[in-house]
Design a protein around this ligand. Structure first.
Ligand code: 3HC
Length: 291
């Protein structure tokens, strides 16, 4: 039986938007963290971010020099998934939302990782039951869903598909506690889990108001910030989470429902086809090119 104390080494697959912050958070919280990505450029960017972030925390007085140095020594970025996963006790995959890619990665992880290791996906869009049968350990394959920016947002959704064992859920929730996150147990696999269902309906409304020229992007954001106390408006938030991800999730919903109202909104498509995915590309609903 696996226990939380058995988790010493965490492997994160994918060093992009979510993966590098999840990795760094795990390292700060005391775990040996091995982050891997197919792109050397992405790995180098993530590595540089770690130095910048940790020195910023020291300057702000949020970490001591020793704590920052200890976190730095616990995190490694490496191109070989084989090396990153071979001694892992818990693996968190955070790659693109492409089912076949995830299934291939999970099949490989199943071969590489020790038999006791739990294989989690940070997917926002794909439930673990669509991936679990690519492995020989479906009871240990689970959705562990972090929120962006993962170093800051407290919530993690632990989603229990029908194939997931109670032990895997228990250890995953305890891991969140060790990471000083607030976990919620999602007892059934539903599309969008808990929070994204709520956020997506807000995004849809915001896009509709824009498409109908009811108000500008800035004013819709202002309404949510100053009228509802949201930390950021839906367009600013969508730029943070990614227009590409939104587009993929909307198309997926449309494929399932066949309802034209679920198609990506025209203004979203306009930005998607231009490669304006949000903050990460320097342009999305807003322009960040000078930042
Ligand atoms: N990475 C790391 N840390 C960050 C950060 C980032 N990108 N942005 C802000 N921070 C940190 C700052 O360092 C600061 O830390 P400190 O207080 O310990 O010094 C703290 O967050 C506050 O930052 P700021 O004062 O600069 O800015 P704000 O007060 O405006 O906070 C925010 C920024 C935390 C991003 C806040 O605007 C917020 O909570 N926004 C909503 C985010 C949200 O809803 N996320 C969920 C998205 S949905 C999702 O991720 C699901 C997925 O499936 C798509």
């Amino acid at each position: 039986m696996m226990r939380i104390d058995d988790i010493k080494n965490i492997c994160v697959v994918g060093a992009g938007n979510m993966g590098h912050q999840i990795s760094l958070h795990c390292a700060i919280m005391g775990f040996n963290t091995f982050c891997t990505d197919v792109s050397k450029k992405v790995l180098a960017k993530a590595d540089a971010f770690v130095d910048k972030y940790l020195s910023g925390r020291v300057e702000k007085g949020k970490l001591t020099t020793q704590q920052a140095a200890a976190a730095r020594s616990r995190i490694r970025f490496m191109p070989s998934m084989e090396d990153a996963a071979k001694d892992a006790d818990y693996i968190i995959e955070a790659v693109l939302e492409v089912l076949d890619l995830k299934r291939k990665i999970f099949a490989d992880l199943d071969r590489i990782a020790p038999p006791h290791a739990i294989l989690a996906t940070n997917s926002s869009a794909i439930v673990s039951s669509k991936i679990a049968d690519a492995t020989g350990r479906p009871d240990k394959v689970i959705n562990l869903h972090f929120f962006n920016p993962a170093l800051v947002m407290k919530l993690v959704e632990v989603v229990q598909g029908p194939h997931v064992s109670e032990e895997t859920v228990q250890v995953s929730m305890e891991l969140c506690e060790r990471l000083k996150k607030i976990s919620v147990h999602v007892k059934k696999e539903v599309k969008g889990f808990l929070l994204n269902r709520i956020l997506l309906s807000m995004f849809k409304e915001a896009f509709w108001l824009l498409d109908m020229d009811v108000a500008s992007i800035e004013d819709i954001d202002k309404a949510c910030v100053y009228g509802a106390g949201h930390p950021m408006g839906p367009f600013t938030l969508n730029d943070l989470t990614g227009i590409d991800l939104q587009y993929i999730m909307d198309l997926e919903t449309f494929r399932e429902t066949g309802n034209v109202a679920d198609l990506p909104s025209p203004s979203l498509v306009e930005r998607y086809v231009k490669g304006c995915y949000g903050k990460k590309t320097g342009r999305g609903w807003y322009d960040y090119s000078d930042k």
